[in-house]
Design a protein around this ligand. Sequence first.
Ligand code: NAD
Length: 522
Amino acid sequence: MMASVPQLKFTSKDSIPGIVNGVRSIFHTHKTKPLEFRLVQLRKLYWGMIDNQDALAAACKQDLGKGHFEAYLGELDFCTQTILYCCNNLEKWAKDETAKDIPLANKLLFPKIRKDPLGCVLIIGPYNFPVNLLICPFAGAIAAGNTAVLKPSENAPNVAVVIQKVIEENLDSSCYKVVQGAVPETTALLEQKWDKIFYTGGVTVGTIIAKKAAETLTPVTLELGGRNPAIITKNADIRLAARRLLWGKIVNAGQVCISQNYTLVDKEVLDQFVAETKTAMKEYYPNGTRNTEDFGRIINDRQWQRLKKMMDESKGKILMGGEMDESDKYIEPTMILIDSQTDSLLADESFGPLMPILPVNNLDEAIRIANEVHDTPLGLYPFGNKKETDRCLREIRSGGASVNDAWMHGALVTMPFGGIGDSGQGNYRGQASFDCFTHRRSIISTPSWLEGMLNARYPPYDGKLAKMRSMGQAKPNFDRDGKVSFSLVSYVLSLGAGSKTGGLIRYALVLLAALGLRQYLG
Ligand code: NAD
């Protein structure tokens, strides 16, 4: 039975500056900085999520037709695992780091990196994973010691209501706030001064956010979309490719930013790939996708219409599926054979269960097309032998990649995740979530007893340059053509670098060389 969720109420625009000022001034009281405070908030968030998991799962069902399995694995467990990972590692992440590669002479300054919170941050979420993509960055922001305002997607209104309840009933309400609303409310939020904006959503709005942030030099993390290619060579395991890529498009009814937007298939294996996809479809859904809890719906009428238009404008031929029902926002997983990279199904991100297939003559052609369609996609999915998949990784850029799989790299709770170019900037998840909301502050502490040595830095400079330059300045090991020049001394010193045994070997060699030299010199 579905739990009843109160209706989403938008926050009044007039109240937004006051809300943000409150959260900003609380940051300056240093309340969120002690590790114990952060840990308690993360633990409370964990229990808030657990206590409301049924309500959240029900809201996912109402908003996206998301079934129990997908809601628990992709939304709730993902969040609770993320929070636990933050709790278990926070002390280690937050510790001061000794600065690396400091010349000997400067070690006496005790250089270290402190992990400071950025301050007061804004997190704006999308509709497709409305719990996961809001709560996971939020966990990073809490762990790093920030105060935060969350703006859930108004397009997943039932989830937005439960998220607000979880946060208001469990966390310190002076430090963390939820603002509800659509474009006017988000615009009002963007008018405020932030120390970081974390945005997940489409490229168009991402651009609006980046421009607004640039006015106040506010740093942003942008998690955007992409026209992600899958590539199948004639050497791929075709059954495996069909099963995995079909999975990539049925989860959340294809509304996954990293799912493949199109598949480039070697002509030699095209028929086999189509047949295997149909077989996999029957295995996954013996009774079809219409009346099963295991297949979701498109979020709203606007998105359903957008997908229908893409289909209507396509010159492709439907090979599998094709059923659409507006009243239920249903779109059957649909495989379409297209004959051009300019087809409407490739021109834009589909973000739905559409699977355009474009046959290619060979891997050269596949790589060329992938780079022409979108040269900085969010994900890349090459299927083939190792040489071929390595070549795809080398010659096609992407935010992340799964070799011989659909978007599995994005399902790892602790692995950094993010885009490149117009599929996004910055990344999060695992320790990257902490780092994303942290300022790495370089600090030295100069002892007073060092003053005698520091004398060389003060005027008058006459005669002091050589002394200053002799203190730890590196010398090149390459000539003017960029070739590494051979030096016996540096060769000997580099032997076994990095290991203890290596150090001993180097020591012994230097000793032998010195003894030999002494003997030679008599
Ligand atoms: P959406 O409609 O839920 O919008 C996202 C957020 O932007 C919402 O909170 C919304 O209120 C806000 N917004 C909308 N218009 C705005 C405006 N003019 N000014 C300020 N804020 C505004 O989600 P969407 O963008 O339609 O989501 C789909 C897109 O998100 C797809 O392109 C998908 O690839 C991308 N996405 C990316 C990731 C990722 O991690 N990289 C994850 C999920 C979705």
